[in-house]
Design a protein around this ligand. Structure first.
Ligand code: SF4
Length: 146
């Protein structure tokens, strides 16, 4: 396969290539909390109400932004602004000129590797709305990074 993700900048990727770069980890869809003192971002194990836990993907990716008001579209223009994305995010890695990890499906050819090797949210999250917002602080977890 043409290793387009290495041979092109993020700006040069076509739509299909851009979408293929996502590793499907689901961590961007986790509910996050920000520390009042130092602005640091903490991840919880609560995931967006629009996420399909069984299938490990957004339940309506195409219309996600009309359903979830604070959902964002990552682009080559704004990726630098989203420092809350996980260190392992493929867009973040490539924006910094770093290689994709061995388990990324473009490298391994195996879309299930991200889940099997524990780099995704699969099997470890609860759906937003099932937990009181006051309890969110008790749901902060440290996720495995690359
Ligand atoms: S964090 Fe990045 S690589 Fe993981 S699902 Fe979100 S956009 Fe895709």
């Amino acid at each position: 396969m043409d290793r387009f993700w290495e041979n092109k900048t993020l700006d040069e990727l076509n739509h299909g290539e851009w979408e293929a770069l996502c590793d499907g980890c689901g961590k961007c869809c986790l509910i996050k909390l920000q520390d009042d003192q130092d602005d640091s971002v903490m991840y919880t194990n609560i995931i967006c109400k629009n996420y399909n836990i069984k299938e490990s993907k957004c339940s309506d990716y195409k219309n996600r932004r009309s359903k979830v008001i604070d959902c964002v579209s990552v682009t080559s223009q704004n990726i630098q602004d989203f420092d809350w994305l996980p260190e392992s995010c493929a867009y973040r890695l490539r924006a910094r000129g770093r290689s994709l990890p061995h388990w990324h499906h473009l490298v391994s050819g195996d879309k299930s590797a991200v889940h099997r090797l524990g780099h995704s949210v699969k099997g470890r999250v609860f759906l937003e709305g099932l937990v009181d917002s006051e309890e969110l602080e008790t749901m902060i977890v440290k996720w495995v990074q690359v």
